[in-house]
Ligand binder design. Structure first.
Ligand code: NAD
Length: 253
């Protein structure tokens, strides 16, 4: 029981695929108990099965991060299962731009603008809103948000996406300021191109030429940054916006 109480309880949203899946697995390899949440029940349960077959401890809770009721029942279920929330990785995200739908201010349909903001930004707000009181009750915690280099600079055809990710950067700083006194640290990773289903062929081909390191990232490299920020040894780091981007942002003039 003492050992079980000492293990971290981790929440990862968007954990059925890509970066969230890699992060959930890495936290589990480090000995933590992991609550995976996603809209994709089949994919999420599959990741839980993989974690369990490697000896890890994990559960899946189907969640829509844009829906307050869904997020509240996620937190309730997870606290019921593992007793506390130590770390929250706000990672679920969508990108709606395509050949048919242009994500520009003048062209994106209003309902799609609303959807991107709801999932990518309001989702971070809601999960944090319900998790922070549990963290404070438990003496503190750590939140890591997945933004994007798109939250720091502009790209053509990504208006709603960039606006949502810019919001995540600012919300990270705001929550760091607000809850530092409660020992809740809040940081953010900004990946560039990561090998996940979200990346289009065009982004792959064009993007590879844009970084200082001419390849795209493996999702495990973003997971490494997330788990680094989550560690107790990173206790003096908060409000940090960590680019994980092949030098793309910081080497631009
Ligand atoms: P992905 O599509 O592989 O994973 C995203 C996951 O989020 C999916 O499993 C999806 O089902 C889930 N999801 C979508 N809407 C949801 C909702 N309303 N509620 C709960 N879950 C939902 O993509 P990924 O690349 O792993 O993306 C993870 C995060 O990384 C996103 O926030 C994305 O914007 C960000 N990001 C990705 C890249 C990249 O190149 N892949 C670059 C920068 C930032």
């Amino acid at each position: 029981m003492g050992e079980a109480r000492g293990r971290k309880s981790i929440f990862v949203t968007g954990a059925a695929s890509g970066i969230g899946k890699a992060t959930a697995k890495k936290f589990s390899e480090e000995g933590s108990k992991v609550v995976l949440s996603d809209l994709d029940e089949k994919g999420g349960q599959q990741v839980v099965d993989e974690i369990k077959s490697s000896g890890g401890d994990a559960i899946f809770v189907k969640t829509n991060v844009a829906d307050p009721d869904s997020v509240k029942s996620l937190m309730d279920k997870a606290v019921e299962e593992y007793g506390k929330i130590d770390i929250l990785h706000n990672n679920a995200g969508i990108d709606v731009g395509s050949d048919e739908v242009k994500d520009t201010v003048t062209e994106i349909p209003l309902h799609l603008w609303d959807k991107v903001i709801a999932v990518n930004l309001t989702g971070v707000f809601l999960c944090s809103r319900f998790a922070i009181p549990h963290m404070i009750k438990n003496g503190g915690g750590s939140i890591i948000n997945t933004s994007s280099v798109g939250g720091l600079i502009g790209f053509p055809g990504l208006a709603a996406y960039q606006a949502s990710k810019g919001g995540v950067v600012q919300l990270t700083k705001q929550m760091a300021v607000e809850y530092g006194k409660d020992n809740v640290r809040v940081n953010c990773v900004c990946p560039f191109l990561v090998d996940t289903p979200m990346l289009t062929e065009e982004e792959r081909e064009d993007g590879i030429k844009a970084g200082v390191i001419d390849r795209i990232a493996d999702a495990s490299e973003i997971a490494h940054a997330v788990t680094f920020l989550a560690q107790d040894e990173s206790g003096y780091i908060t409000g940090t916006i960590l680019t994980v981007d092949a030098g793309f942002v910081n080497t631009r003039k």
